[in-house]
Design a protein around this ligand. Sequence first.
Ligand code: ATP
Ligand code: MG
Length: 421
Amino acid sequence: MSKGPQRIRGTQDIWGEEADRFARVVETFDRVRRLYAFQRIELPVFEATEVFARSIGETTDIVSKEMYTFPDRGGDSLTLRPEFTAGICRAYLSEGWQQHAPIRLATHGPVFRYERPQKGRFRQFHQLDAEIIGTDSPLADVELLVLADQLLHQLGISEGVTLQLNTLGDAPTRDAWRAALVSHFEAHRSELSEDSLVRLAKNPLRILDSKDPRDRPAVDSAPSIDEFLTPEASAFFARVTAGLNVADVSWTRNPRLVRGLDYYRHTAFEFVTDRLGAQGTVLAGGRYDGLIEGLGGPHTPAVGWAAGIERLAMMLTPPPALPPAIDVPVVVMPVGDAAEATAIRVATAVRRRGFATEIYTRGNLKKRLARASERLVSTAIIIGDDELEAGQATVRHLRIQQQDRIPFDRIVEQLWPTGDE
Ligand code: ATP
Ligand code: MG
């Protein structure tokens, strides 16, 4: 027998306990972002290709080989978003959000990258995203990092996660560092992978982000950015680290940390765990003061981060017993077609009172009650021929094995009495 179409490689059908974990990550993020006064936004899943190509950088892995790019029926080149930041900056410009600057924005949803699927790495995955646009204050960097730290704590997964922090300096710092990296890697040409030889010509900083083990020795001996930091860049970084210390957020310096996107300046960071194998980065970001200018807007300093929802969800410790996938305290069980209309009426009244309910129609009554008990339902409202005749439902309290007869239009009041009834 044919099983029908299969899902696309690298995509996921998320169900049951896994879907519960996913939802917990999103709900926790929504709670925490409110504490930090971030506004929720919704954005398109695709943009004009140039939105990403111009901001993320032509020589990054994302733009050079991971984007889902296609011509639409009108012949325009579109790309499924590989990350949120570029689209948010496009919206900031095209919607005139400048007038609200500085603004604090949060969103979450699917993102797409053509990568080799493996544990914790998908082609359609999901991110949480938080950004502060329109301020050059290091306090914004601190707030985003403290928000990220609180999120991990509230999810109960902060144990074993370290914040790796770096500065990529300002423009003069980067120019000087870049020149030093070029001469260093030129001297080690013969040790570099083919990809890194291309990077050396186009974008030498990218070599530091190489995942090819052959590049390791040359990367490890490369000059550190610290030798080239201008006093301004050092002072900025010092204010970020001082803020983190005051907020009691622990961090370690990783002077080799560069990110997989080109737009970062000053602060760059990753929250890394050893609990997820090779895919250990759960949350990452930094300051991107040049991005909006690159999209054709005015100079606009900004900072933000993104976190992989799947990777966060994988780290949630499973509850001791499998919880029911759906938390429904009451089920309605019509027996026979004649009971259907009454079942709909009763279930609707229960939901309008604010309680979740499901109507079980399949199988004999014994089977339905067994299914309800398995799912930890506390009350079954049974409606059969006898009940219809009497105008009363049988209400069975499954935990205590007792039952009552209650007139159909009194069920809600009796089960959930309010003060004045
Ligand atoms: P990696 O080094 O793992 O490829 P990245 O530097 O490409 O990560 P970012 O672009 O910073 O990742 O994206 C932010 C977060 O999104 C990552 O820290 C990770 O948690 C998650 N993420 C990135 N790519 C994937 C993917 N293909 N599948 C699942 N999650 C991902
Ligand atoms: Mg990547």
